[in-house]
Structure formats: C-alpha cells, structure tokens
Design a protein around this ligand. Structure first.
Ligand code: NAD
Length: 290
C-alpha cells in the first residue's frame, strides 16, 4: 500500500519505519524530523498525501492537526483512508472527521498508548473512532504498528477513550505516590508497602506495573532516575484535554481537575518538566502538609 505519513517525531518516526519494514511504500513529511528508516520524504504534507491510498498523521495537538487537515484533505483522492493517531481534543477530532467525510474520505481517529518504546517495538494499543468500514480498512495497519486496536464507536470516540484512560492514570499515579510518601513517614518499608498493595484492593497499573518507587516492583522509569517513560508534561497535556472535554459536556470530574492542577504545578512551577510522570513520588517525599 502507498501510505502518506505526516508527523515523524518520537512516535510517528518509528511507526512509519515499522510500516516501511512491513513492505508498505511510505512517503513522509515533517517540518523538522529526519527521515525514518525506509521512508521517502516529500516536500510538503500535501505532496505526501497526494497519490497515497492511506494517510496517517501523528502531530502534537488539535490546532496543528486542523491546519494539516486543511492542507492535505484537498490533495487526497476520493475514498482514501485518513487515520489520525495524534492525541487531540475530541472537538478537533470530530471536526476533522466531518471535513474528511464531506470530502468523501474514510476517517479514523486512533490515538495510542504504549509510548515511544511501544511505537518502536510495534506494540501500541490503538483506541479508534470512526465508521465501521474505515476502521476495518485501518486494522491491518494497526496490526503492524501495534498489538491491539479497539473500535470505540463513531468519530471522536477514540480520543474520548484515550483521555478518560489517561485521566484515571494521572489521578492513580498521584494517589499511589502520595500513599508511598505517607507510608515513608509512618515508618513502613517501601517493599512491604508494595507487597501488600500490589496484592490488595489498592492495586493498580501504576503500583503493579510501573511502580514509582526505585528498586521496588518491576523495572520502571523510577529505576532509571525518572527519565521518561511518559513525561510529566505529556501527562499534563492529556489531563488538560480531559478537563476541556469535561467542561464541554458538563461532566463533574473533581479528581481529574485536581490531578490537572497538581501536574501543572509540578511541570510549570517545580522541577517536573522532562521527568517521568512517576517523579510525583520524589515530589511528595520532600513536602509537608502545608
Ligand atoms: P513529537 O513532538 O516528537 O512529534 C511531533 C512531530 O510533528 C514533530 O516532529 C514536528 O516537527 C511535527 N510537526 C509539527 N507540525 C507539523 C506540520 N504542520 N507538518 C508536519 N509535521 C509537523 O511528539 P510525539 O511524542 O511523537 O507525539 C505525537 C503525538 O502522540 C502527540 O499528540 C502526543 O500527545 C501523542 N502521544 C505521545 C506519546 C509519547 O510517549 N511520546 C504517547 C502517546 C501519545
């Protein structure tokens, strides 16, 4: 298949390389990033999209997605598959999908989880929104770039699933970190804390699979000086998207709101920028109640 791939950064680069490695003809475009292995570069987004049977975008945010969509949609032939894998606000995802349908394209919003390592290993999870037929056409590409794809309903629902998941993730990481910091002050060994919680009702992915305490539980960014992993600023981005969505539909999300405030404080006013999102634990360690 001839695939146009726009946005070849930390995630898009290895995803495009995996498609090329699987035998697809991939033509890429990025404002700054270098050509991934096996990918030919075009001079513009429109050039990468023209003549492609499928176009994939992996961009930083909704505003950039909208401007790239304005540029590439007129260049795409009728019936072409348009898969956006960026994490963006639900409104931008739905608006771009409407624009694509009006141009007789087949849109899928398919944000991912699994991070940079998942992108490189081809083990991402895709959460997808869009028409059934478009999802069915995108599935073979998801199989190359990932290990699982869930069709969550109509356009925008992939983004909705992603931000709900990450709102849980952010709030749970904070809860896990503050509990470790409390346990420290109560004189509980971290290993004991892990052994109990990871097999009790407080267990979670953040405790069991991504433990924020160094030397405890499976290997995680905590064992590597809190180098990301999943950076705190990306967690903040997703939490903000969750609150933007919650405001749009008048949903009451007090834990999500508080998690957003805490990550904003951590990234913008403390030393959280560039650290893994589990570095909330050393943050709590150094704090008192006031
Ligand atoms: P990145 O900043 O490394 O890559 C984005 C790329 O888009 C950059 O190379 C940039 O030059 C390019 N770009 C920006 N504007 C462009 C334009 N108009 N035309 C062409 N290229 C343009 O970001 P990333 O880490 O690859 O993340 C991409 C998306 O994936 C984001 O929406 C992010 O939230 C999401 N995501 C990231 C991770 C992660 O761990 N990095 C995990 C899950 C989801």
């Amino acid at each position: 298949m001839k695939i146009g791939f726009i946005g070849l950064g930390n995630m898009g680069g290895p995803m495009a390389a995996n498609l090329a490695k699987a035998g697809h003809e991939v033509v890429g475009f990025d404002l700054a990033a270098p050509a991934p292995d096996g990918v030919a570069m075009a001079a513009s987004g429109a050039e990468a999209a023209a003549g492609a049977e499928a176009v994939i975008t992996m961009l930083p945010n909704g505003a950039i997605l909208r401007s790239v969509a304005d540029e590439i949609i007129p260049a795409m032939a009728s019936g072409i598959l348009f898969v956006d894998c960026s994490t963006v606000d639900v409104e931008s995802a739905r608006s771009v999908a409407d624009q694509a349908v009006a141009a007789d394209l087949a849109p899928v919003d398919a944000p991912v989880s699994g991070g940079i390592t998942g992108a490189a290993a081809g083990t991402l999870t895709f959460m997808a929104g869009g028409p059934d037929a478009a999802f069915a056409r995108a599935e073979p590409l998801f199989d190359i770039m990932g290990q699982k794809a869930v069709h969550c309903g109509p356009s925008g629902n992939g983004q909705a699933a992603k931000i709900c998941n990450n709102m849980i993730l952010g709030a749970t990481m904070i809860a896990t970190c503050e509990a470790f910091a409390l346990a420290d002050k109560l004189g509980l060994e971290r290993q004991s804390m892990f052994d109990v919680v990871s097999t009790s009702s407080g267990y979670s992915w953040t405790m069991n699979a991504y433990c924020p305490a160094p030397g405890v539980g499976p290997q995680s960014p905590a064992d590597n000086g809190y180098k990301p992993g999943f950076a705190s600023e990306l967690m903040l981005k997703d939490l903000r998207l969750s609150q933007q969505a919650a405001e749009a539909v008048d949903a009451d999300t007090p834990m999500g709101a508080r998690a957003t405030e805490l990550y904003a404080q951590f990234v913008e006013n403390e030393d959280g920028l560039g650290t893994d999102f589990s570095a909330m634990l050393p943050r709590f360690e150094t704090r008192s109640r006031n």
